[in-house]
Design a protein around this ligand. Structure first.
Ligand code: BG6
Length: 509
C-alpha cells in the first residue's frame, strides 16, 4: 500500500548499531525501566542491535543479574507502548543484561566495572566499545565521572574502539552549576564523546521541523519578522507531579521544561539554515540562535515572565489535590508548576517578534505545539465579510496528534462574499501509516553510531541557562501569592495579561 512501511521495509533502510556495552548508572531508577530498556528492546526487535551487545546496570541497590533481568522484563512489558513483546527475543536480549551494585563514590565499583567490561569484550564481543549513561540523581554525576576517569574507563581498550558518555537532564541547576558540570565532564571525556541528552530533540516531529523548513522552498521566505507576527510554544501536561514531588519542588516548570526542551525547540524553529546536515553545522546554528536571545534585565522580569502553581480543584467530578498537597511537597512551596516567558531574539531575522513559551502541569490536556502566527493581510478588502481577526496560523503539532496544519481564509459557498477560516492538515499517522520511533530509540541509536546532531553541546546548554537565569534570580527573591491557577485550567490570569500587553492572546490548542 502506498505510504505504508512494514518492518521489513524499515530493516532495508535503517542502520544497525556497532558492537558495544551500554553501562547505565541509576539502573534501578524510573527512567531505565520506563524509557531506556523499552527503547533498547525495540531496537533489538528491529534487529538493529548487533550480537555483540550488552547492558550493564549499575546502582546502589543489591540485586543479582537474574533479579535485574526480571525487573527489566517487567518494565519493558509494561512500558513498551506500541511494540509487541516477543518472549523468545527478550530471552535472547536478556542474556546480554547484567548488573553491578555499588556506591558511585567507591573506587571498587569502577574496578568491578572494568573487569566486567573486559569480560564482555571476550564473551559478547563488544569490541571494547562502551557507552556510559548517567541517569543517577544529578548530584552524583560529577562523582561518577571522576570515578570513571580515575579508573581510566574513558579510554577504549582496543585500537579504533570508543568510549562515550550520555548525560541525562537536568544538566545543572543554574548557569553556574551547569558550567561546573561541563568542566568536570571535560576533564575526563573529550567534548565529542559527551552526549547531553534532551529527549525533545529526538522526537520525530521536532526533527521534522528542519525538513519542513529547509526541505521546502515556500516556507523559508516567510520565516522572518516581515511576515511573522509572533510565535507561541506550548507544552501542556494534564498530569500532576506523579510522585516526583520532591524533585519537582526544587526544579519547577521553568527549569524542568523551558530551560532545556522548549528552548531547544525554539532554537530549531528559529535558527538559520545550516550549511549541511553535519552534527556541528546544525548545532552551530542552534547555538547561535540561543546566544541571540536577549537577556532580561532584573526589572523586566515581572513583565516578561509569569510564575504559576496549581491549586486544588474538582475535575470531571473528582477532587484533584493542589501542588502543595502532593507527597513530598512543602505546604508553602514557591515552586512554579506553570511558567510562561516572552523571549526576544536579537538578530536580523527575528528582531521585535515575541516568542511566547509556556509549560505547565495539570493543564486541561496533554499537548505540545508551536503556533506561528503571521501578520494579518494588509488590505481591508474583506473587512465586512468575516475576513478579519483570524490571521494565517501555522501549527506544528509535536504531540500527541503529530502533524502540521495551516489556517487560511476561504469563501463560504453560496451567494455573496462571506469568508471563513479553514485548515489544511497533515497528519503523520494517516500519511505514513507507520509507527513513530520514540525519542529514546532515536537518541540511543545516534549515540551508538557516534552521531551527536540531536544532542546538545556545552555552548547550547550554557546559552539556554543564560536566557532563564535572570528569571530564576528574581523569582528566588520574590514571594508569590500561590496557588494562582486551578488544576485543570490553562494557567494564571497574569499569563493572559502578559500577552494582552502586546495585543496577543494565547490560543487554545
Ligand atoms: C521531562 C520532565 O524532561 O519531560 C517531565 O522532567 C515531563 O516533568 C517530561 O513530564 C515531558 O516529556 P514528554 O516527552 O512526555 O513530553
Amino acid at each position: 500500500m502506498v505510504g505504508q512501511f512494514s518492518l521489513d521495509d524499515r530493516l532495508r533502510y535503517e542502520r544497525a548499531a556497532p558492537p558495544c556495552a551500554v553501562v547505565i548508572f541509576g539502573a534501578n531508577g524510573d527512567l531505565t525501566k520506563r524509557k531506556l530498556l523499552p527503547a533498547l528492546y525495540r531496537l533489538a526487535y528491529e534487529r538493529r542491535l548487533p550480537a555483540g551487545f550488552a547492558v550493564v546496570g549499575v546502582s546502589r541497590t543489591e540485586m543479582s543479574d537474574e533479579g535485574f533481568r526480571e525487573k527489566m522484563r517487567e518494565g519493558v512489558t509494561r512500558f513498551l507502548e506500541d511494540s509487541p513483546f516477543d518472549a523468545a527475543l527478550w530471552d535472547d536480549f536478556a542474556r546480554g543484561l547484567s548488573y553491578i551494585s555499588g556506591d558511585v563514590a567507591d573506587a571498587g565499583l569502577y574496578e568491578r566495572l572494568r573487569v566486567r567490561l573486559a569480560e564482555l569484550e571476550e564473551t559478547r564481543q563488544t569490541g571494547g566499545n562502551a557507552l556510559f549513561y548517567l541517569s543517577t540523581q544529578p548530584s552524583h554525576y560529577e562523582t561518577a565521572v571522576r570515578g570513571l576517569g580515575e579508573a581510566g574507563l574513558q579510554r577504549a581498550t582496543q585500537a579504533g574502539g570508543w568510549r562515550r558518555i550520555i548525560v541525562e537532564k537536568p544538566f545543572g541547576h543554574d548557569q553556574e552549576s551547569a558550567a561546573h558540570l561541563n568542566a568536570s565532564l571535560q576533564r575526563v571525556f573529550a567534548e565529542e564523546s559527551i552526549y547531553r541528552i534532551d529527549h525533545y530533540l529526538g522526537k520525530e516531529t521536532v526533527q521534522n521541523i528542519l525538513a519542513f523548513r529547509f526541505g521546502n522552498g515556500i516556507f523559508e521566505p516567510l520565516w522572518n519578522r516581515r511576515y511573522v507576527n509572533h510565535v507561541q510554544i506550548t507544552a501542556a501536561e494534564a498530569i500532576g507531579v506523579e510522585g516526583r514531588g520532591a524533585y519537582y519542588q526544587e526544579a519547577g516548570a521553568l527549569r524542568d521544561m523551558i530551560q532545556n526542551h522548549l528552548l531547544q525547540v525554539m532554537g530549531t524553529i528559529a535558527m538559520e539554515p545550516p550549511a549541511s546536515y553535519e552534527p556541528n553545522a546544525v548545532r552551530d546554528e542552534r547555538a547561535k540562535l540561543l546566544r541571540s536571545i536577549r537577556t532580561l534585565k532584573a526589572d523586566e522580569v515581572a513583565s516578561h515572565a509569569v510564575k504559576g502553581q496549581y491549586g486544588r480543584a474538582t475535575i470531571g467530578g473528582s477532587e484533584v489535590a493542589g501542588f502543595r498537597e502532593e507527597p513530598g511537597v512543602a505546604a508553602d512551596a514557591q515552586t512554579d508548576t506553570y511558567a510562561a516567558v516572552t523571549v526576544f531574539v536579537e538578530n536580523w531575522r527575528w528582531a521585535g517578534v515575541p516568542f511566547y513559551i509556556r509549560s505547565g502541569k495539570r493543564m486541561p490536556k496533554r499537548v505540545t505545539d508551536i503556533a506561528i502566527q503571521f501578520n494579518q493581510a494588509p488590505l481591508a478588502l474583506f473587512e465586512d465579510t468575516g475576513g478579519q481577526g483570524w490571521p494565517n496560523l501555522l501549527v506544528v503539532r509535536i504531540q500527541p496528534e503529530e502533524g502540521i496544519s495551516l489556517r487560511f481564509f476561504s469563501k463560504l459557498p453560496g451567494a455573496g462574499m462571506k469568508l471563513r477560516p479553514v485548515t489544511m492538515d497533515f497528519n503523520y499517522g494517516t500519511s505514513f501509516g507507520t509507527r513513530t520511533p520514540t525519542a529514546y530509540e532515536t537518541l540511543l541509536m545516534d549515540a551508538l553510531e557516534g552521531d551527536a546532531t540531536l544532542y546538545t553541546r556545552q555552548d547550547m546548554v550554557e546559552a539556554s541557562w543564560r536566557a532563564v537565569q535572570p528569571i530564576l534570580d528574581v523569582w528566588s527573591g520574590t514571594k508569590f501569592a500561590l496557588p494562582n491557577y486551578a488544576a485543570g485550567s490553562w494557567g494564571p490570569a497574569e499569563s493572559d495579561e502578559m500577552l494582552a500587553r502586546r495585543g496577543h492572546v494565547w490560543r487554545v490548542p
